[in-house]
Design a protein around this ligand. Structure first.
Ligand SMILES: [Zn+2]
Length: 458
């Protein structure tokens, strides 16, 4: 068997399957086959994966490159960290009040100029014109996933000068539009937080202010999240629109996902490395403020259980790169901004916290980090699996490698990491994107500008 590239002597983890010793052959950036060790006997380049597990490249379905800082500032560093963390595809959020028909070509051009890995885009819907242009935006750019952030409620005018209230009526109208355009393909991503309950929480406890994560968590209580989760479960059921609940954080929401309405093949849940690895007791302190907040140990345990049993489908980093000074505001508690950089922490979090500490199976981890986000967001089977015909996007993982996260966990687009100082077991040691070895042993080998924008089929 001849190939451009052979990955030999590794243990291959196909999503949902048992880890199996196999060699993988790659030609023209695509996997052309995988079979018993030794079957590829003539390859231009050979990578020896002895002692390593070969997973499909991770897909980070939730990143905000260009969130706080310009896209051209974030894309190079963010996608380098992705490559180092075994992430070969990201799905990046964009938020603007202008016409996406004008903006998306600029996003694509800037992203492709600086990126190391491939990307699809999600767009936040903020204004009535965004809804009017939804079909054209979808078809012209192959963008099939959109987001509504329910926590903007009441701030529509101030933040993005919109007269359209961000409420369940807005969600419903967008869902009905999606049904008309491509009901089996489009996905509505919802940030679930009932802002009315958060406002009341703040009114009730503001005078108990203490500048720590415990108090920060009480400002956005678990039931403010679960209230919106229940509403979205209902709307997903009555519309049959594919509905994706981003960054779920609480035990209460995991209980909601046990209800009969959650037995809906078109309803999906995501959580994030920070909820899986941090609680209000985190030594990261206010650096770890995020919306929704990191919560308590019982919440973290419930999220891991839900990943194991399938109530949760994916893990997204919700990375939102920002410099520490900008995040901490004027030093006063109320001025601290939510979010932080966490690109590349999905794989080490799943291996350390999931596989080693909770017995989460490797085949299940491959589903969570690759297959599920690929299927939900229309990237499968080019992305998300290890099979003939798929892109040769692979990550080689050393399950036993122990490493303490250092300052290199962020790049120049941020200068702190809430994971710094954590010693995790199980790290990516090589990353392959479309047949190119783009990162190995902590070094990025690719040049900016090789990552591609992925228009999705409508
Ligand atoms: Zn986010």
């Amino acid at each position: 068997m001849m190939a451009d590239l052979a990955i030999i002597n590794g243990t291959v983890v196909v999503p949902g399957g048992d880890p199996t010793p196999m060699d993988i052959a790659v030609t023209d950036g695509k996997i052309i086959g995988l079979d018993d060790p030794g079957w590829v006997n003539d390859a231009g380049q050979t990578i020896d994966a002895k002692g390593l597990h070969v997973f499909p490249g991770a897909i980070d379905p939730h990143i905000h490159l260009g969130g706080y800082q310009p896209l051209e500032t974030d894309t190079g560093p963010g996608t380098r960290l992705a490559a180092l963390g075994g992430v070969t595809t990201i799905v990046n959020y964009f938020k603007a009040t202008g016409s996406y028909l004008e903006l998306v070509p600029e996003y694509i051009e800037t992203y492709q100029r600086w990126s190391h890995v491939d990307a699809a885009f999600h767009l936040q819907l903020l204004t009535e014109p965004h809804l009017v242009e939804l079909e054209e935006t979808t078809r012209r750019f192959g963008i099939t996933s959109y987001k509504i952030n329910l926590a903007w409620k009441g701030r529509e005018k101030a933040v993005f000068d919109s007269d359209r209230p961000v409420d369940n009526g807005w969600v419903w109208s967008v869902m009905e539009a999606m049904k008309e355009i491509a009901p089996d393909i489009m996905v509505l991503n919802v940030h679930c937080e009932n802002q009315e309950l958060k406002n009341e929480a703040r009114r009730r406890i503001a005078d108990e202010m203490s500048p720590d994560l415990e108090f920060y968590e009480r400002l956005a209580p678990d039931f403010s999240e679960t209230d919106s989760v229940l509403s979205m479960m209902l709307l997903a059921r009555v519309t049959s629109v594919r509905t994706y609940l981003v960054h779920l954080s609480s035990r209460l929401s995991m209980e909601a996902l046990e209800l009969p309405w959650a037995q809906n093949k078109r309803l999906f849940g995501e959580t994030c490395p920070h909820y899986l690895m941090h609680t209000v007791d985190s030594t990261a302190g206010l650096e770890a403020t995020v919306s929704p907040p990191v919560r308590h140990q019982e919440d973290q345990d419930a999220l891991w259980e839900a990943l194991a049993d399938g109530r949760l489908s994916t893990v997204g980093s919700d990375s939102n790169p920002i410099l520490r000074d900008a995040k901490m505001g004027d030093g006063e508690f109320w001025s601290v901004k939510p979010g932080f950089d966490g690109v590349g922490m999905i794989v080490p979090s799943l291996i350390d916290g999931g596989y080693h500490r909770r017995g989460l199976g490797l085949g299940r981890i491959a589903e969570i980090m690759a297959e599920a986000p690929a299927k939900i967001f229309g990237l499968y089977p080019d992305k998300g699996t290890i099979a003939p015909g798929s892109d040769a996007d692979l990550v080689l993982v050393d399950l036993e490698k122990e490493s303490t996260v250092g300052p290199e966990a962020t790049a120049e687009h941020s200068d702190f990491s809430i994971f710094a100082g954590m010693t995790l077991r199980g790290w990516p040691v090589a990353t392959i994107s479309r047949g190119d070895l783009i990162a190995q042993d902590g070094q990025v080998l690719s040049e900016p500008g090789r990552g591609k924008y992925i228009p999705r089929a409508v």
